[in-house]
Design a protein around this ligand. Structure first.
Ligand SMILES: O=C(O)CCC(=O)C(=O)O
Length: 332
């Protein structure tokens, strides 16, 4: 699989975005896509976020970032099947791929709720410095779970600033202050706003008594590190459920040490140690041709019948054509 076949499998076509939409994204650095989520999906997301916030308490968001005045959650890839749409929706992927020149992968999937009377951020880009116009590394999407209004902490953005070759800290004395050209992203819940993450943006003050909720599905070029290393975090049940194309977007297609650890009953500590050492012991890889059937590819057979069964059912046999040159595992 490559990015072209992954995007195709997820329904991205040449005409998934109109030329006018591509032009808007190029010129302004952002593009609102209305009506991506249904009312039922919005409600399901809100409910799930409430559950996660209650369950995670003070740890919420820790995998990536915590921020005073907000409720943040991270690693949503592994916290419910409902979040899958955030990295597989064809319109969203088409826009992200357009900005990143095709070669994209998920960087992280998070939630951010600006709490009442809080939420103001400095204008910033999601990248450490200025880039040459046209050479973009990161692209974000904000999934509105509430209407974004003048007063409830809607994201502000400076149109065209992705082409400026400058960072807000270079150009502004106080990036927390209003910028003369900034606008607020005002739109209905269910809208997804794609923004080239080099475009200057930031949360604004939520002056209402209700939280302003949103998801951030953040992407980067495939040659860049992810904000949350998906290979480290991917859980076996998530991995098993995802399509090959979705795994490719997460960049976890060939990563199964975690799965091995789980099915072999090594426990989290042991599989974490294996991941750290990357030496693949006590299991190691051997590769076999894609045409070989999994059973024939294993030599010698894994020691336990149960292990072999679970292993094949969760990994190889569910997506036989997908396995990286039919990588299989054997005891050493
Ligand atoms: O949630 C928002 O309005 C924007 C958040 C943002 O830009 C960030 O957290 O970096």
């Amino acid at each position: 699989m490559n990015i072209t076949t992954a995007l195709e499998a997820l329904g991205v076509r040449d005409d998934t975005l109109t030329q006018a939409e591509r032009d808007t994204l190029n010129r302004d650095g952002f593009l609102p896509l209305p009506g991506i989520l249904t009312t039922q999906q919005i409600e399901a997301f809100r409910t799930r976020l409430d559950e996660l916030l209650a369950a995670e308490g003070d740890d919420a968001g820790k995998e990536v970032h915590q921020e005073a005045g907000t409720d943040r959650l991270s690693d949503l890839v592994n916290k419910g099947e409902i979040f899958e749409v955030c990295f597989t929706h064809p319109r969203v992927l088409a826009a992200i791929a357009h900005v990143l020149g095709g070669e994209c992968k998920l960087s992280s999937l998070n939630a951010r709720s600006a709490l009442p009377r809080q939420g103001l951020q400095a204008l910033h880009a999601d990248w450490s410095g200025p880039v040459q116009p046209g050479n973009f590394f990161v692209c974000n999407s904000i999934w509105l779970l509430d209407d974004f209004t003048e007063t409830n902490g809607a994201t502000r953005i400076v149109p065209g600033s992705h082409q400026s070759g400058q960072s807000p800290t270079d150009a502004m004395r106080d990036p927390r202050a209003a910028h003369p050209e900034e606008i607020k992203l005002l739109a209905l819940a269910g809208t997804v706003v794609i923004f080239n993450a080099h475009t200057w943006h930031g949360g604004t003050l939520n002056a209402t008594s209700q939280p302003r909720r949103a998801l951030h599905s953040y992407f980067c070029r495939r040659d860049q590190p992810q904000q949350l290393d998906q290979r480290t975090y991917i859980r076996p049940d998530t991995w098993a459920r995802l399509s090959p194309a979705a795994r490719y977007i997460l960049d976890v297609s060939i990563y199964i040490v975690r799965i091995i650890g789980a099915v072999a009953g090594l426990g989290e500590a042991r599989s974490a140690a294996i991941r750290r050492r990357r030496t693949m012991r006590p299991y190691t890889w051997c590769s076999a041709s894609r045409t070989q059937r999994p059973a024939a590819a294993v030599s010698p057979l894994p020691p336990f019948e149960w292990f072999r069964k679970v292993w094949y059912s969760t990994a190889l046999s569910t997506h036989p054509g997908e396995y990286p040159a039919a990588c299989v595992v054997r005891r050493v």
